[in-house]
Design a protein around this ligand. Sequence first.
Ligand code: NDP
Length: 492
Amino acid sequence: MAELDKRGAEQIDVPSGWTYASAPESREIVRIAERYGHFVGGEWLESAEAYETIAPRDEEPLAAVGQATDADVDRAVAAARTAYADGWSSLPGSERAKYLFRIARILQERSREFAVLESLNGGKPIKESRDVDLPLAAAHFFYYAGWADKLEYAFPNRRPRPVGVAGQIIPWNFPLLMLAWKVAPALACGNTVVLKPAETTPLTALVFCDVLRQAELPPGVVNIVTGDGRTGAALVEHEDVDKIAFTGSTEVGKAIQRRLAGTGKRLTLELGGKAANIVFDDAALDQAVEGIVNGIYFNQGHVCCAGSRLFVQESIYEPLVGKLKRRLETLRVGDPLDKNTDVGAINSAAQLAKIRELVASGEEEGAEIYQPPCVLPEKGYWFAPTVFTNVAQSYRIAQEEIFGPVLSVLTFRTPEEAVEKANNTPYGLSAGVWTEKGSRILWMAQRLRAGVVWANTYNRFDPGSPFGGYKESGFGREGGRHGLEPYLEFDE
Ligand code: NDP
């Protein structure tokens, strides 16, 4: 200070607080074509109809994308069938593995490009697409490459063989990662694929076709058709598709299940969730706050397993909610391409409208809303991180999937009460438990009706670990050895 005094401290521009300078990721690395058709039989098929895909951060048009008709879907399924019969299904597993390894390596090499594209088209922060989506997508291809020649060992004495042509329909929250979750096990097991990305986020799947060409995957093994729900429905209804793998809303999942009943087509559904994140009074509170924030604000809450219902043991309610609110004030909401951004843009106008409607219902029903001060950009789709306290279990915000950055806080007194309240939902995808007692973690995990239970952490994914739901969250597992089974028939 003496030194500063000498120089006249009042005249020196001393920083009064810590703020982040903007650190935008360059989008130069990404080349987006003006118009995309459908990727069928290793070639680009012109689409008669098209729609515009945009960047949710500012509504900038990015490309014209094909709206596949029934005839386009038919061609894609025919190409997949031909590739299946012409050799892919009978290729030795060790050969199929080589293609999967190549795809994984190319994704790693091009990961920056894909991360920028994912954030641009989907709205998620670049640090998430760079550090989560891309590494995990590559890891799935590596992981299932490892299984391709070991299926006999994975299922001893059951003589596994491929199912045939798989129709795969994916949502917009993790576009490339969901593609990897679906394509990697299907190919490892010797199936061929027709995949439909979500209407709002088709670009990484379309650029992925270039990766397939680079990897010299035989034509027709993976086909990509774009479009809205009609394209998905055409794929579901196509007679020559042997298996449907769907990730998306419970409503559409139920419609698909009704449609397929009695057809003999195989089906796996990964649907919505309303996960309980449960904090006991002996938990490390600061660590729990980080887990709560990661649980609900990661990817703007567009996460099927988001910890959207926070259950806090009554004795620590005040300190925990206080810490949570203070932590929210430090979240940086803004440009998805800025490397410092924590919470990006909402994926679409429709999703923003849904979030707003449910948040309004929470206020009307009597919950108390808290949003940290933050300036939201004027253009594009934005919603501030939100916490509701004073929430009753019957409120819509405690029952329905909001799929946005909105947390509902409830309380409990005993472990039994926590379990009962956590299970009071039509869903059953995931849950979190925060406590220092290992025995309590096991006690809770045995009773929580959820496919995944995280302990003292949240939103951790690994290709070796199966993921999937109970009840209205769907059935079937993706990831791990379990993730192979839906893509195999067995001669037992
Ligand atoms: P959808 O279930 O409508 O979309 C998922 C995928 O299914 C998309 O590719 C979609 O195409 C396609 N699809 C739509 N209708 C049909 C149909 N009849 N037959 C076959 N495929 C179809 O989810 P939304 O995108 O509309 O999101 C609505 C809500 O669903 C969200 O607010 C959220 O609550 C939940 N959701 C849950 C997800 C999860 O991972 N569990 C993921 C996404 C959403 P298109 O993109 O053109 O609609």
